[in-house]
Design a protein around this ligand. Structure first.
Ligand code: IVH
Length: 700
């Protein structure tokens, strides 16, 4: 085809602009403006025009993110200004020392700092000429980096053109390429499914993805670019204040952290660090500390540089989450379902801000896979609030011993069994085992089960030790021990009265809670709700469990050699008609009801007066049916996933963009543009406490 007609050229430009805006709304603002299908439709239109008239392809066209031919090596490029590193500090004293030295340079007055998260990714330097991205390089040694432009272009939230009318002739934008935790897990799953080696952490995944010679591979990695600074600029002024510079970058279309703040003096820095440390485990993008930078330009140039690091900035690192120590011995802990968990007894070490002397070894398969022995020097990891774990062997100890699974339960001496194909070994003692009894009771009384206020883990442990409780039904006989309870240390008449009242109240429950409280292996809260909804009564569930076992026997008898035929017999009806119930779960349920001691527990509970409304719990369980929620900003008490799960459990729906049909917008800290949109449309806004109150209110 010849030269493109004006009309077509105008349409191509308009499509490119619209697609760029939609893409920005999606990847930068986290606030989609069109459906995926609509985006794809416009994208295809633009592709079609560009195929007919290649002269219309611009370097910043949305179609040009992927497509550069693979290269065989990376070219070295000098940065226009060096990429400096940061001094580190690990405690408040060192931070105070940094602040004192910085203030000394300005006659002791208090300084304003630009406080930012320190992203745990890999640094990138982007060069824009007349607003257009012309080069992207890795940090390299700080002076020279590697040209990875085709790879950087695939990062969806990275602007190919600055969003401003009057761009500087030349500017370097610096930031970190990162991979969100949630995306990292999915990526690793995909890699292992395809037989590739998974990445150790998001930082390695980001760095590895950027150093692919074929940008098509990088394009499949959901990287993001978080801007944190400006290098050399020619031909336009940039704000003096670093905080204002970051706002400027956001205006130009870059993602910057929503946690960036100007803070006042050392106290402001310490408060900021505390707040971020507390928030850290819930952030989707990993950070390994905070960065404090003197905000105003004059003070910065006064302070200058030492070696390769500025004297006006410092990184306050979070305590290490991994360290090494000696594995002294291994004990086996018995859980609610009898599962034996190997627990490492360690030479105490300080890691992730606390002293750790116990860590999980998960199970025997993991121990074998990692080849861990008593006496080894091991890597201990503690991430966020999760249980510390032994990650791997750092080096073999001098005198080591293999870790062996005990033949009998360390608590009740019943036999330990390990079923074929299962990683977990179990104590076969059931409620004979004091450990299982204790854990089963804790579960039974817990908030999401029978929710007995005043009967927490501590009380249950004490009551079991004192012989007051052995099985769940004993809880309802505690009233008979009133006198003994009142005599107990720390208890009085009032607390006993309250406890007995909440036990009495717990007798009235729902079938879903009751099923969950039984602690059937593989049956969590959602599954319990689905089972209750599907079968309506406990008797129906029990009957199906029995029928399932019969079918299993028949299938085994009739089709011993034909697995597919057996499956057909098994999945046709009954238990497996419930969503999420596969053969593994069905077996657990069937086995549970087949055990006489379990039916005895159920009968004893019913005899003690535990009951629930006989109809299905449908209406009660779905109080938010038909309601649509949008979440924006971060909450203190709930992660986004937890909030979404609670809404979904109550029948509500969470969507990503606000419309007139949205019922509620839940506004956390530092909300995005969704909040403004909700206000404009008159949608109800809920802050975190109102949202939690609403959930608590409607939860059955
Ligand atoms: S500023 C002159 N800000 O940390 C200051 N760096 O050693 C230069 N990093 O590899 C860096 N988050 O990529 C700065 N908010 C942040 C950062 C950050 C992460 C990385 C940076 C570099 C290292 C500094």
């Amino acid at each position: 085809m010849g030269a493109p007609p004006d009309k077509v050229a105008r349409r191509a430009a308009e499509l490119a602009r619209t697609l760029t805006e939609h893409s920005r709304a999606y990847y930068v603002d986290d606030d989609p403006s069109v459906s995926d299908a609509e985006y794809d439709r416009l994208f295809e239109q633009l592709e079609a025009i560009e195929a007919d008239y290649p002269a219309l392809i611009t370097p910043d066209s949305p179609t040009q993110r992927v497509g550069a031919p693979p290269s065989d090596k990376f070219e070295s490029v000098d940065h226009a200004t060096p990429m400096l590193s940061l001094g580190n500090c690990f405690d408040d004293d060192e931070l105070a020392e940094f602040d004192r030295r910085a203030r000394d340079a300005v006659g002791g007055r208090q300084l304003t700092y630009c406080a930012e998260p320190k992203f745990d990714g890999t640094a990138l330097n982007l060069r824009y000429e007349a607003g257009l991205l012309t080069m992207a390089t890795t940090r390299g040694d700080g002076i020279t980096g590697e040209n990875i432009t085709p790879n950087a272009r695939t990062i969806r939230n990275l602007p190919l053109r600055l969003l401003c009318d009057d761009p500087p002739a030349f500017i370097e934008i610096r930031g970190e390429a990162v991979l969100a935790r949630s995306k990292f897990e999915a990526l690793n799953k995909r890699l292992s499914d395809d037989g590739h080696k998974p990445f150790v952490n998001p930082r390695n995944a980001a760095a590895g993805s950027l150093r692919q010679l074929d940008s098509k591979i990088t394009a499949q990695r959901p990287l993001a670019f978080m801007a944190y600074g400006i290098g050399r600029v020619d031909g336009a002024p940039v704000p003096d204040s670093l905080y204002a510079q970051l706002r400027q970058l956001a205006d130009w279309g870059f993602s910057i952290s929503e946690h960036v703040r100007p803070v006042e003096g050392l106290d402001g820095c310490i408060d900021y660090y505390q707040a971020m440390a507390e928030r850290r485990a819930r952030l989707d993008i990993e950070i390994d500390g905070c960065v404090f930078k003197v905000d105003d330009a004059a003070t910065r140039s006064e302070l200058g540089y030492v070696a390769r690091a500025p004297r006006w900035a410092i990184a306050r690192k979070f305590p290490a989450e991994e360290t090494t120590t000696t594995l002294n011995s291994v004990e086996f802990q018995v859980g609610r379902t009898g599962a034996l968990t190997p627990v490492a007894k360690l030479e105490p070490v300080f890691v992730g801000g606390v002293t750790v002397s116990n860590a999980t070894l998960h199970n025997m398969d993991e121990i074998a896979r990692k080849d861990i022995r008593v006496g080894d020097i091991v890597v201990v990891r503690r991430a966020g609030d999760v249980i510390p774990e032994v990650k791997e062997v750092a080096r073999r100890g001098e005198r080591t011993q293999p870790i062996e699974l005990p033949a009998v339960c360390p608590v009740c001496a019943s036999a330990v069994e390990r079923l074929e194909g299962e990683a977990v070994a179990r104590c076969t003692g059931g409620l004979v085992c004091a450990a299982q009894r204790r854990e089963a009771l804790k579960h039974f009384a817990s908030r999401r089960a029978l929710d007995i206020e005043g009967l927490g883990d501590r009380q249950i442990e004490a009551f079991v030790d004192e012989g007051l409780l052995a099985s769940p039904a004993d809880i309802f006989a505690l009233a008979e021990h009133r006198a003994a309870l009142v005599e107990r240390e720390g208890y009085g008449d009032k607390s006993v009265t309250n406890l007995l009242a909440s036990i009495e109240a717990a007798k009235q429950t729902t079938l879903a809670r009751f099923i969950f409280a039984l602690g059937i292996r593989e049956v969590g809260e959602t599954m319990a709700r689905d089972l209750a909804e599907h079968f309506g009564t406990l008797d129906a569930l029990r009957a199906e469990a029995a029928a399932y076992l019969e079918r299993a026997e028949r299938a085994q008898r009739d089709e011993p050699d034909n697995r597919a035929a057996r499956e057909r017999i098994m999945t046709a009806e009954g238990l497996q008609a419930v969503p999420g119930v596969g053969s593994r779960v069905a077996h657990c349920i069937a086995d549970f009801f087949a055990e006489a001691r379990n039916t005895e527990v159920i009968e004893a509970l019913q005899a003690a007066g535990v009951h629930w409304p006989s109809a299905t719990t449908d209406a009660g369980a779905q109080p938010l049916a038909g309601r649509t929620f949008v979440l924006t900003g971060s909450m203190e008490q709930l992660t986004r996933d937890q909030a979404s799960a609670r809404i979904a459990a109550l029948g509500g729906r969470v969507t990503s963009s606000v419309s007139k049909k949205t019922d509620y917008v839940v506004v956390g800290e530092a909300p995005g543009s969704k909040r403004d949109k909700a206000e404009k449309l008159g949608v109800s806004l809920l802050d975190e406490s109102a949202f939690i109150a609403l959930l608590d209110d409607v939860e059955p």
